[in-house]
Write a protein that binds this ligand. Structure first.
Ligand SMILES: Cc1ncc(COP(=O)(O)O)c(C=O)c1O
Length: 436
C-alpha cells in the first residue's frame, strides 16, 4: 500500500478546506437582548471615582443601610452551626415559608398554604425570570407595564415569548388597554405582569384595581404575575395593597415579594413567590433542575427577620420618606416638576422641557454626571415610555441628597454655559415677531 496515500487520509490534506477560525456563537435568545443602556453612565461614574471625584450615585435602587443587627447576629450564629452547610431544601425551609404566609395573613388577611402556595427563591428577580421560563415559550405573549423594570421585558424575551407594553401612568386606561389587547390579539395574551408600587414610575393603586385585574384575567383567560418588590416601603400612612388579597386572585396568579428592600437584605438574595398552586408548582419544577436551594443559615436569619423585625421595616420606610421629602423639595426649589411618591425607593422626575428640546434623556443624564457629579437613571433605560424622565434612588442620606440637588443646580448652570441659556418658558410661549 502506498504509505503516503494512507497518511493523507488522516492528515489535513491540501484538498481539505482550511478550518474556520474558532467562534463562540451565542444562542438566538442572547441576540434578543439590547446593549446594556446604563453601561455608558456606569463607565463615566467609574472613571470619575477612579480620578478621586466624589460622585453622588442615585442610579441604582441598592439599599445602603444595613439590616437589623439581630438578623446579622442570627446569620453569624447559624453559620457556625455545622448542620447548616449542606444542600438545603430546594423550595425553602418550611418554617421560612410559614413565616411568609403568616405575614400575608397578618398584613393583608390572605390565607395561603405554605406547602403548596409558597416557595422561596434566590432573589425575586431571579424567581420572576424563572417563572417566565415555566410559563412562556415561542408564540406566547405577555402584557407588561410601560415604562418597564428591565426583567419584566427581558425575562419574557429570554423565555422566547413576546411582549405588549401598556402605559401604566393612568390606571383606568391601563385596565381598558388590557381588555382591548385581549380582544384584538390572536392568540390572546397568556400572561399579565403588574408591579405596584411601580418601578420606575412610582405609580400606586388601591385594592379595587386588583379586583378588576382578577375579573379581566378570568374573562380573557390570562395568568397574572404581581411583582410586589416595594410592599414594605410606603409613606404617609399608605399601605400598598397585595394583589393576592383580591377575591379569586389565587385562581389566576402569583405574587413575588422580597427581603431586599424593606429589610435591607438585597445582597442576601431572599425572594418569595406565593399564590396559585399550579404556577408555584411550575416554578418549583424548574427550580429543582437549576439549583439546590438557599444557604440554610440565610434562611434561618430570614425567619428571624420576618418574625421579629417589623418595627425596623417601619423605621426604614420613615427614613425613605424623609429622604423623599428632601429630594422632592430640593428639586422643586430649582424649578423641577417632581411628584412625591407614596411608596418605593425612587423619585421619578420630569426633565425640564427646555433641556428636552436640546437633548434626549440619556444625554441629559450623562451631562448631569459630567457637570454635576450626580449619577441618575435616564428614563429611557426603562423603555421608550420613560423618555423625558429621570429616576433617582433614595439611597443616600438626607444631607447627601441636599448636596445632590446643589450639584444638579450647579451642573445645569455649567451646562448652560456650554450650550448657551435655553429659551425661557415665557419666551417660548410668546414667539418674537420675527418668528411669526
Ligand atoms: C420592581 C422590582 N422587582 C424586583 C426587584 C429585585 O428584587 P430582588 O432583590 O428580590 O431580586 C427590584 C429591585 O430593584 C425591583 O425594583
Amino acid at each position: 500500500m502506498d504509505k503516503n496515500l494512507g497518511m493523507s487520509h488522516f492528515s489535513s490534506s491540501s484538498l481539505e478546506p482550511e478550518p474556520e477560525p474558532f467562534r463562540v456563537e451565542y444562542a438566538q435568545r442572547v441576540h434578543r437582548l439590547p446593549p446594556y443602556l446604563f453601561g455608558r453612565i456606569n463607565n463615566i461614574l467609574y472613571q470619575k471615582r477612579r480620578a478621586g471625584r466624589d460622585v453622588i450615585d442615585l442610579g441604582m435602587g441598592n439599599p445602603s443601610d444595613p439590616p437589623e443587627r439581630s438578623i446579622m447576629e442570627k446569620l453569624a450564629e447559624a453559620t457556625y452551626d455545622e448542620r447548616n452547610h449542606g444542600y438545603s431544601k430546594s423550595n425553602g425551609l418550611l418554617n421560612l415559608r410559614r413565616e411568609l404566609t403568616s405575614k400575608y395573613f397578618r398584613k393583608y388577611g390572605v390565607r395561603l398554604d405554605p406547602d403548596t402556595e409558597a416557595i422561596v427563591w434566590l432573589g425575586s428577580k431571579e424567581g420572576f425570570s424563572h417563572m417566565c421560563l415555566a410559563l412562556m415559550g415561542p408564540g406566547d405573549t405577555a402584557m407588561i407595564p410601560a415604562p418597564y423594570f428591565p426583567v419584566h421585558m427581558y425575562g419574557v424575551i429570554l423565555a422566547a415569548g413576546n411582549v405588549v407594553a401598556l402605559d401604566v401612568s393612568d390606571s383606568e386606561q391601563f385596565l381598558s388597554n388590557i381588555a382591548y389587547t385581549c380582544q384584538h390579539f390572536y392568540p390572546r395574551p397568556k400572561l399579565l405582569i403588574i408591579n405596584y408600587p411601580h418601578n420606575p414610575s412610582t405609580v400606586t393603586v388601591e385594592q379595587d384595581f386588583f379586583t378588576e385585574i382578577v375579573k379581566l384575567a378570568k374573562r380573557y383567560g390570562f395568568m397574572v404575575i404581581s411583582d410586589f418588590a416595594y410592599s414594605d416601603v410606603a409613606f404617609d400612612g399608605y399601605t400598598p395593597p397585595s394583589f393576592l388579597a383580591s377575591p379569586g386572585a389565587t385562581d389566576v396568579g402569583v405574587e413575588f415579594t422580597t427581603m431586599s428592600k424593606g429589610y435591607n437584605m438585597a445582597g442576601w438574595r431572599v425572594g418569595f413567590c406565593a399564590g396559585n398552586h399550579e404556577m408555584v408548582r411550575g416554578l418549583a419544577t424548574i427550580k429543582g433542575y437549576y439549583d439546590y436551594g438557599m444557604f440554610q443559615a440565610i434562611q434561618i436569619a430570614a425567619i428571624v427577620a420576618l418574625r421579629d423585625t417589623e418595627a425596623a421595616v417601619e423605621r426604614q420606610s420613615q427614613i425613605y420618606q424623609r429622604r423623599r421629602d428632601v429630594l422632592v423639595d430640593g428639586l422643586r426649589r430649582i424649578g423641577w416638576d417632581a411628584t412625591p411618591p407614596k411608596a418605593g425607593m425612587f423619585v421619578w422626575a420630569k426633565v425640564p422641557d427646555r433641556w428636552l428640546e436640546r437633548m434626549n434623556t440619556m444625554e441629559f443624564a450623562m451631562k448631569l454626571l459630567e457637570h454635576g457629579d450626580v449619577a441618575v437613571s435616564p428614563g429611557s433605560g426603562f423603555g421608550p415610555a420613560g423618555e423625558g424622565y429621570l429616576r433617582m434612588a433614595l439611597v443616600e442620606n438626607e444631607s447627601r441628597l441636599q448636596q445632590a440637588v446643589r450639584q444638579i443646580g450647579r451642573g445645569l448652570e455649567s451646562m448652560e454655559q456650554e450650550y448657551g441659556s435655553p429659551p425661557s418658558p415665557a419666551a417660548a410661549a410668546h414667539p418674537s415677531p420675527s418668528e411669526t
